[in-house]
Design a protein around this ligand. Structure first.
Ligand code: HPA
Length: 280
């Protein structure tokens, strides 16, 4: 580990405080945090926005480099509850460190967020999954080769060796299942494996990832969920299955295909997320 990463935690803590201080005048007490995934930003339209802030105006916030991500933090009401939504997230493949990617989660915690809802687009490897399905994440595997908690621990934020026995809180998953059942949405439930990307996987990689116990694969979510758990927040996450990753019948996939599938499945995601928020 480099000397820099051992000494920079104080600077990182300062950056988080500065961003949180900038936003605190707009924030409400104990809001629910929402992180919107690739092609899944339209849930933000359902938010009765009080105010929104461009990422570039927030001190120390990374700026999303992916065109499909808007890069706005929205404060408002969803299903009658106070929420803070991140429209546009950061990925390792953009060149950011795991710590930079998760800075918004630390900021949300400083603003009083205790529960975080996450969405993402993912490739489906479980053979019963189909493009357009929604999957409640039951657990994850971190294959990104980095960890946002690496380096010196800031003890006031959380423990050096945080527990990961319930990273996607069972009580929240139960709510998600009920919401889906009532809305007659078929909700898969499975393990998400995070890779760095940006390339999609080879057939051999899909075979391997399926073999180690994953149902879906994507390039996000795990760093944010690790940090949320480290800091004592509860998480619930839903993947939209945007492509079928069956190694023996693999078709080429473009980002346009992924976005189209995300767009088609988005109403289901919106119903589930809104329903969870309503019951919190
Ligand atoms: N692999 C990795 N990430 C993804 C995929 C995939 O097949 N689909 C959507 N995000």
């Amino acid at each position: 580990m480099s000397q820099e990463s051992l000494t920079s935690v104080d600077e990182y803590v300062r950056q988080v405080s500065e961003a949180a201080a900038y936003l605190s005048t707009r924030s409400i007490s104990s809001p629910i945090g929402i992180i919107l995934g690739t092609g899944l930003g339209r849930l933000a339209d359902e938010i009765d926005a009080v105010t929104s802030v461009d990422y570039e105006d927030i001190p120390n916030f990374p700026v999303s480099t992916v065109e499909t991500h808007h890069g706005k933090l929205i404060f408002g009401k969803l299903a009658g509850k106070d929420v803070i939504a991140l429209q546009g997230r950061f990925h390792l493949y953009e060149g950011y460190s795991a710590r930079q990617i998760t800075l918004p989660v630390r900021v949300m915690r400083e603003l009083g967020v205790e529960t975080i809802l996450v969405s993402n687009a993912a490739g489906g490897m479980n053979p019963v999954y189909r493009r357009g399905d929604v999957m409640l994440i039951s657990d994850h595997i971190n294959l990104q080769g980095v960890n946002p908690l690496a380096g010196q621990n800031h003890d006031p934020w959380g423990p050096r060796f945080p527990d990961m026995s319930d990273p996607y809180a069972e009580e929240l998953r139960q709510i998600a299942r009920e919401v889906a059942r009532e809305a007659k949405i078929y909700l898969q439930e499975g393990v998400y494996v995070a890779v760095t990307g940006p390339n999609l996987e080879t057939r051999a990689e899909y075979r391997f990832l399926r073999g180690i116990g994953a149902d879906a694969v994507g390039m996000s979510t795990v760093p944010e969920v690790i940090v949320a758990n480290h800091s004592g927040a509860k998480c619930v996450a839903v993947s939209v299955i945007t492509d079928e990753c069956f190694p023996d019948a693999l078709e080429p996939v473009s980002i346009e295909d992924v976005l189209a599938a995300a767009g088609e499945a988005e109403p289901k995601l919106t119903t589930i997320m809104k329903g969870i928020v309503a019951r919190l």
